[in-house]
Design a protein. Structure first.
Length: 308
């Protein structure tokens, strides 16, 4: 193998070409100016302070004596006291505070179980089964989202009253097991419809029926939607006021939202300190629940199903 010698003139020509050939332009790194970062940081702090101020005011107001409400409009109490917490822990109307907590936890927990189970089953039927009247039933279900709850209050109360279920938890819990929450059903239907049917067909070839397909294939894949429904169902059931107000008459059956009303209706003078303290205590579980499960909530809202 021989090499061709390069002449000095050829080398100089090649060097000249390389010098005259323009180099590709390098992208300039755009750095955000320091003052812009400071401005955005200050704006975010101001917005956060505005959003959190009501919660901070509620916290500090729990230490205000009842006499300061209406006079001291500031954030900090003039004479901090723990009497409000003592009153709240003692309970009201002969019922301890822990009983109201237990009632709310029971209603919210069972509501989550019933809503998630029934909504998942109904969503699977709408998304995977083919039967006569499917479109009409699905449209009717979506139409219930436009129907105000106040329209069906009187018929529902008459029905549960005739069944002897007033002053029990059945009127609050039984509809949860009947897939009456159209919003959750629609959410799960959209998740299931985005899943390829190849998995269902493969499972049918192996001899699996609809119960096995639903339990082993669909449920694990719609976990984000299930968690999202569970979070919203828990918050709505925990904060529900109108339903327990209609169907519950005994103080020992009251959840927290109804118990708060007792501090203002028991006498002609309202105990604002105890009301604010009880409201803050009732808000703490919701805050903790949201902080713990906010990651799953974001995943459930952001997930768009399977692709490919």
């Amino acid at each position: 193998m021989t090499t061709t010698p390069t002449s000095p003139l050829a080398s100089e020509a090649m060097f000249a070409v390389q010098q005259t050939t323009p180099m590709p332009p390098q992208r300039r790194k755009i750095k955000r100016k320091t003052w812009q970062t400071i401005v955005w940081f200050v704006v975010l702090i101001v917005i956060t302070a505005i959003v959190l101020y009501p919660l901070v005011w509620l916290l500090f107001s729990t230490f205000k004596p009842n006499s300061e409400f209406g006079q001291n409009m500031g954030l900090l109490p003039n004479a901090p006291t723990l009497d409000n917490y003592v009153k709240v822990m003692e309970g009201i109307a002969g019922v301890p505070m822990w009983r109201f907590f237990a009632n709310s936890l029971l209603i919210a927990g069972v509501s989550v179980i019933g809503t998630v189970m029934s909504s998942a089953l109904a969503a699977y039927a709408f998304a995977r089964l083919q039967f006569k009247g499917l479109g009409i039933l699905f449209a009717a279900m979506i139409g219930t989202l436009l129907l105000p709850f106040h329209v069906v209050i009187i018929p529902q109360y008459i029905l549960f009253n005739n069944l002897g279920m007033v002053d029990t938890y059945w009127p609050l819990l039984l509809p949860k097991f009947l897939a009456t929450e159209a919003f959750f059903v629609f959410l799960m239907v959209q998740f299931i419809r985005q899943m390829p049917r190849d998995m269902d067909e493969a499972a049918k070839i192996d001899g699996a029926g609809h119960p096995r397909i639903f339990w082993s294939i669909i449920l694990p894949l719609i976990k984000p939607a299930l968690i999202t429904c569970a979070i919203f169902s828990f918050i709505w059931a925990w904060n529900d006021f109108l339903g327990p107000l209609l169907y519950l008459t005994s103080p020992e059956n009251y959840p927290l939202p109804i118990a708060l009303r007792l501090y203002n209706d028991q006498t002609s003078s309202s105990d604002y300190g105890a009301t604010v303290t009880a409201s803050f205590i009732a808000l703490v579980p919701i805050l903790l629940f949201f902080i713990v499960f906010q990651k799953f909530l974001v995943d459930g809202v952001a997930t768009q199903g399977l692709k490919g």
